[in-house]
Design a protein around this ligand. Structure first.
Ligand SMILES: NC(=O)C1=CN([C@@H]2O[C@H](COP(=O)(O)OP(=O)(O)OC[C@H]3O[C@@H](n4cnc5c(N)ncnc54)[C@H](OP(=O)(O)O)[C@@H]3O)[C@@H](O)[C@H]2O)C=CC1
Ligand SMILES: Nc1nc(O)c(N)c(N[C@@H]2O[C@H](COP(=O)(O)O)[C@@H](O)[C@H]2O)n1
Length: 607
């Protein structure tokens, strides 16, 4: 984006699946099965059924007995009028990828086609990459590994007159099912999916239960594609319900109109002037919602799944409607006081807030005792305990933007959203409390893929899509531009450099302010923090909130340490001393808060 422009009306770009040529990767030993042609999913399904370990899986239909499972058409095409382009055998392949009875080897293209329809089942735990980057292993655990509720003794007492909410516990308790997804890239590309040694052999629940807990991104992508055409969410929802077998096959049986609204809201925010319309043959009627037009088929047929007829006001229920089930990664709102943070935070916005030249800047990161923020560059390292993590998400909710360098995106694949209960997508409306992720990527190193957590988070209505700060020479072709814009993100070109051909932070911060960002929390990584802690930039930093962990990560870690400073006599001096410092223990961590800026450079700010 030209940083003064707000034109974000691009149509979405759907990436085509990557191709592979079926060759074995160099240096990889041949396996007992012939892997020179990767096992195709339907073939794997056949084999499982023949070995008798496919439980009650039906054998694949042939074209002759195709009663719904096999689609006699290639993926990526859909019959006229259908809102779904469902790949062949989807429901059975979803079950295969859910059960993971035997290791499965598939092509990258098959993985890209089917994984979005089953990703709701899994939560990624960690990734390992080989030295050459040709092989990556991603470890996933079943999303239902965690319990739904806290034990009652840790729950705070309810205010007087409030009835305890009925909490359903998880079907079958928690689930210890874990898988490993190994990808070989390069000339040959293949993906193997297998259970990890520590995994249980089955889930404690069925696939339908996972689908009820969370919608998969394949289904949400169908919703997004329809939303960007400017249709009313209730109309999209009604249209989906017209194809129940397709919706079920894709795992979307539990799709709600709220899910559709959340996806549509993202596009709507950027296109407020567009008048949303029902689909052709539908109309909106007060009190009835979306109904089929009388002209459509000669009858005035009310859509079955639409809002209930309204009750007269005296009959409206007095209790609030039960909260929809929150996503499993929701963080409970802190029950401990975070008051100590207040002096270091941006002031809460008012209607009269003036536009400043620069936003309030908070540096916030977690460090070891030896000032390392990760074990090594490119490796995500957890340093915050549960309480400090909740604090970080609270801090995210208090800033308009969260900024990181591209090194951190590539290392961590972060969500950069606020997952506190009550934030948008976690029980809150729209994008309430959700900050804008900002990535400094001057040379366009981030490939930007729909599977990236920041994009997935945006699609799921649980965060905003990122703005990517680039330099003028960054390779941004129209596909990348359209894709990022399609998700609600954008590129921000900065043309001011310092002596070392680095982007000037004043320029980045000024551009963010001109886009309406009044506060930005900078999380890292090492390169970004080390630059900003130098005297050249410290007058742009308002405060610093550091989570200190009781560990030494050692010499190989990514360190945070500004350049040394000398006094006028040439003797070494402390590089930076934060002011108004406060230390607060929080669980296993200690939080250090301090102020950095000496004079306020922001236009209109008091001296
Ligand atoms: N514990 C914690 O709280 C946190 C830890 N981390 C960890 O930090 C590590 C990543 O740190 P690191 O590798 O240093 O990466 P960074 O995230 O700091 O990104 C560095 C890259 O960002 C670009 N960049 C940053 N500033 C500028 C600028 N002024 N002008 C131009 N480009 C700029 C450069 O890209 P280019 O090279 O393309 O020019 C640079 O190489 C990861 O392991 C991550 O897990 C990250 C955040 C928080
Ligand atoms: N506060 C804090 N503590 C840690 O221990 C960390 N490793 C980080 N890392 C930062 O948080 C990002 C991950 O965010 P999501 O949970 O994916 O939203 C990561 O990219 C770092 O910026 N922070």
């Amino acid at each position: 984006m030209d940083h003064a422009s707000h034109a974000r009306k691009a149509q979405p770009h759907i990436e085509s699946p990557r191709r592979c040529n079926g060759r074995r990767p160099p240096g990889r030993p041949p396996q007992s099965e012939d892997t020179s042609t990767p096992v195709d999913l339907t073939g794997a399904l056949e084999k499982q059924a023949q070995r008798g370990n496919a439980n009650d899986l039906p054998r694949p239909h042939s074209a002759a007995n195709n009663t719904g499972g096999v689609e006699p058409r290639p993926p990526g095409r859909k019959p006229a009028d259908s809102l779904f382009d469902i790949p062949p055998n989807l429901s059975r392949i979803r079950r295969l990828l859910f059960e993971c009875n035997d290791p499965i080897e598939i092509t990258q293209e098959e993985f890209d086609t089917y994984w979005p329809f089953i990703d709701n089942v899994w939560v990624k735990q960690r990734s390992n990459a080989s030295k050459e980057g040709l092989c990556t292993s991603d470890y996933y655990m079943c999303r239902l590994r965690r319990p739904t509720h806290r034990p009652s003794e840790t729950r705070p007492p309810l205010p007087e007159g409030k009835r305890p909410r009925k909490k359903r516990s998880r079907e079958g308790g928690t689930c210890n099912f874990q898988i490993k997804v190994v990808r070989f890239e390069g000339a040959y590309s293949a993906v193997t999916i297998s259970r990890t040694p520590g995994s249980d052999s089955t889930h404690t629940h069925d696939l339908d239960y996972s689908d009820r807990v969370k919608r998969n991104s394949g289904v949400m992508e169908f919703v997004r594609r329809e939303s960007v055409k400017g249709y009313l969410p209730s109309s999209i929802y009604a249209k989906f319900q017209e194809e129940p077998e397709k919706l079920n096959e894709a795992g979307g049986r539990s799709l709600t109109v709220t899910d559709v609204r959340n996806v549509a809201a993202k596009w709507r925010i950027q296109n407020p002037e567009v008048q949303l319309v029902p689909h052709e043959g539908y109309e909106y009627q007060k009190g009835q919602g979306i109904i089929k037009s009388a002209t459509a088929n000669g009858i005035n047929e009310t859509s079955q799944l639409q809002p209930q007829p309204q009750l007269p006001s005296q009959m409206q229920p007095t209790l609030p409607a039960p909260s929809p089930q929150l996503p499993p990664d929701t963080l409970a709102f802190p029950q401990f006081s975070l008051e100590f943070l207040e002096p270091y935070l941006p002031t809460l916005p008012t209607h009269h807030s003036e536009k400043s030249e620069f936003p309030h800047v908070t540096l916030s990161y977690a460090t070891s005792m030896d000032s390392k923020i990760s074990l090594r560059a490119g490796m995500q390292t957890v340093l915050s305990g549960p309480e400090a993590k909740v604090m970080t998400h609270y801090l995210r909710s208090r800033h308009d933007a969260i900024l990181i360098g591209v090194g951190t995106v590539l290392a961590d694949n972060p969500g950069l959203n606020c997952r506190l209960e009550g934030a948008g997508g976690f029980g809150g409306l729209g994008r309430m409390w959700q900050p804008r992720p900002v990535v400094i990527d001057p040379t366009g190193r981030w490939p930007i893929h729909p599977d990236d957590r920041m994009l997935r988070t945006a699609v799921e209505g649980k965060g905003r899509a990122p703005w990517v700060v680039v330099s003028p020479g960054a390779p941004i072709n129209s596909d990348r531009l359209m894709m990022l814009k399609g998700y609600g993100g954008d590129f921000l070109r900065i043309v001011e450099y310092n002596r070392d051909w680095r982007l000037r932070w004043e320029a980045i911060l000024r551009a963010l302010a001109s886009e309406g960002i009044k506060s930005v929390m900078i999380e890292g990584g090492g390169t970004v923090l080390n630059e900003l802690l130098n005297p050249e930039y410290t007058n742009f930093i308002d405060s610093i909130i550091v989570t200190v962990a009781p560990t030494y990560l050692g010499h190989g870690g990514v360190g945070v340490s500004p350049e040394s400073k000398l006094d006028p006599q040439g003797n070494p001096n402390a590089a930076l001393n934060p002011r108004d410092v406060k230390w607060t223990p929080l669980g296993q961590n200690v939080i250090m808060c301090g102020k950095i800026r000496l004079q306020d450079m922001r236009a209109g700010a008091p001296p």
